[in-house]
Design a binder for this molecule. Sequence first.
Ligand code: FES
Length: 118
Amino acid sequence: MELSQRTGIPASRIYGVATFYEQFHLEPHGRHTIRCCRGTACHVKGGSGMIRAVQRALGVEEGETTEDMLFTFETVACLGACALAPVMVIDGVYYGKMTSQRVKTVISSLRSLQEETA
Ligand code: FES
């Protein structure tokens, strides 16, 4: 609303742009974005287990960001890499044939890397 008042651009137009582009978010976003596929191929290969493992590892639900602002967790209909099912993408890097253990390992590695660079 403030942006609309300052620029004179209707709020509906600003909202339209902000929700159209994937790079814009209306809520604060974590440093890393984890996207899990919930598509059919991934579901058949254990995608729901992968999603639960991410939720357990992060302590957040779909669409939420961790309190430390490190991770935002999202799900998508298909990541276009069905042969690697179940698949998740973190900051554009694909991780295929995910198991609960691999989810824990990948997230732990990212947390460790974050602590080293902090
Ligand atoms: S269904 Fe998961 S990548 Fe296509």
